[in-house]
Design a binder for this molecule. Structure first.
Ligand SMILES: Cc1cc2nc3c(=O)[nH]c(=O)nc-3n(C[C@H](O)[C@H](O)[C@H](O)COP(=O)(O)OP(=O)(O)OC[C@H]3O[C@@H](n4cnc5c(N)ncnc54)[C@H](O)[C@@H]3O)c2cc1C
Length: 393
């Protein structure tokens, strides 16, 4: 039987980041098992927005700590994560002006480079954007987007260089509990004995958690995006935009296209067999929302799209915890479609927790797994309406 100090289950960006950070902190025998290939889940499909604007300080801080890594990826991790700091605009509907200003002030206290921006300044900054209908907006000049596959591969390759084993096409079938704590994992390639397990299985968490009696009310969702060619005459490009008014987010894709996602997606989808392409009516919805914010896109050509699986938690926030009832088990679950940009800090925090006894980079207490049983699901004071259903990639 093989053995390891830590087994990481899942080769998405959060699993790969965790393996890298564990190796950086000196853990020698790490095995990451991935049932398919690296970035086979949500990570490979991600819109990969890297923005700091959250309606709570816990996630904003994770995003802020992660931005430092995206900016300096080649030195800290190695390789190129494709980070493009083209700037980010958050717009909200009328009625949410106070909420946006409160959130910007909270982010500034963290140290995030962000500021409210007037409609006139926004029009000057992004001339193609319709701004007359919005309530308020803010601008983050240093945010942008990255390449989610390159980021995942970069973390995994760095972990491998530091001695970790990355095993693809290896499925974790059952977490083994002995004497009331983690003892190892049964995989499709045999058992691995290990006292510490980090489960980061994305939308496929159900089969691992069920047998341990763990139920956090997680639901797999199918999320789509589509891509539109820039119309003739549209040259200036645009920054990354989250339009909380129309529940859409968009960013440039390549040199001549825009990638857009709208709304939350469809729940209860079977992550084992879902349609990876984009639905026809969804393309029409995206075109409508895109043209609402950028009228020039009314006659743009659709150039593709895809769908991926995320795992929503009941309050739309991830669960990042050491499971109290299962000593030796750490989890990052219920990514809720917003955990690419925070993955560098999430992996760092999990590694600190395992190696040093507590997370140091950020406080993870609000992400605790017990909040649902305590009847204290997460609600942000200054949200932008329909909190959990508000698109927030
Ligand atoms: C269309 C779309 C757009 C998005 N846009 C953004 C965005 O703009 N910004 C942002 O921050 N986030 C975004 N997200 C969300 C983000 O991509 C995810 O939150 C993040 O990638 C989750 O990473 P993960 O490593 O936790 O999970 P995943 O990437 O899903 O990885 C889980 C991995 O575990 C593997 N696995 C599962 N079970 C087992 C098992 N039993 N044994 C072995 N391996 C197993 C899976 O095969 C998978 O590779 C988007 C997601 C989608 C789908």
């Amino acid at each position: 039987m093989r053995s390891a100090d830590v087994v990481v289950i899942g080769g998405g960006v959060n699993g790969a980041s965790t393996a890298f950070n564990l190796a950086s902190l000196g853990v020698k025998r790490i095995i990451l098992v991935e049932r398919r290939h690296l970035a086979a889940g949500a990570s490979g499909k991600s819109g990969s927005l890297v923005r700091m604007h959250y309606t709570n300080d816990a996630e904003a801080r994770l995003a802020f700590e992660s931005l430092k890594v995206f900016r300096d990826f080649s030195r800290i991790v190695g390789g190129d994560c494709g980070f493009q700091p083209i700037g980010f605009v958050q717009v909200v509907a009328p009625g949410y002006e106070k909420a946006l200003h409160a959130n910007v002030a909270m982010q500034q206290r963290i140290g995030i480079e962000t500021q409210p921006i007037s409609k006139d300044d926004l029009r000057r900054l992004v001339p193609a954007m319709r701004v007359d209908d919005i309530g308020a907006a803010c601008w983050e000049p240093g945010s942008g987007f990255a390449d989610p596959n390159a980021t995942t591969f970069g973390f995994a390759e760095a972990a491998r260089r530091l001695g970790a084993t990355i095993e693809t096409e290896c499925e974790a079938l059952r977490i083994v509990i002995e004497g009331g704590r983690v003892a190892g994992v049964e995989t499709s390639r045999g058992r691995i004995a290990a006292p510490v397990m980090v489960a980061v299985p994305g939308a496929w968490a159900g089969t691992l958690l069920g047998p341990l009696g763990l139920d956090f009310g997680l639901e797999p969702y199918r999320i789509q995006i589509s891509v539109f060619r820039w119309p003739a005459g549209f040259q200036g490009g645009h920054p990354v935009v989250i339009d909380a008014f129309h529940k859409a987010w968009m960013r440039p894709e390549g040199a001549i296209s825009t990638l857009i996602g709208v709304e939350l997606g469809a729940a209860h989808t079977d992550p084992e067999k879902f349609h990876e392409g984009v639905d026809e009516d969804y393309v029409a919805l995206c075109r409508e929302k895109l043209a609402t914010r950028f009228p020039v896109f009314q006659h743009s050509t659709m150039r593709g799209g895809w769908a991926g699986m995320i795992m929503m938690s009941p309050d739309g926030r991830p669960v990042i915890d050491q499971i109290p009832s299962v000593p030796g088990l750490w989890v990052m679950l219920g990514d809720s479609g917003t955990s690419f940009k925070t993955s560098p800090a999430i992996g760092r925090c999990l590694a600190e927790w395992i190696v040093k006894g507590k997370p140091e980079t950020a406080d993870l207490s609000r992400f605790r797994s017990t909040r649902f049983a305590e009847g204290k699901p997460w609600v942000d004071e200054h949200n932008y309406g329909r909190e959990r259903l508000t698109i927030s990639r």
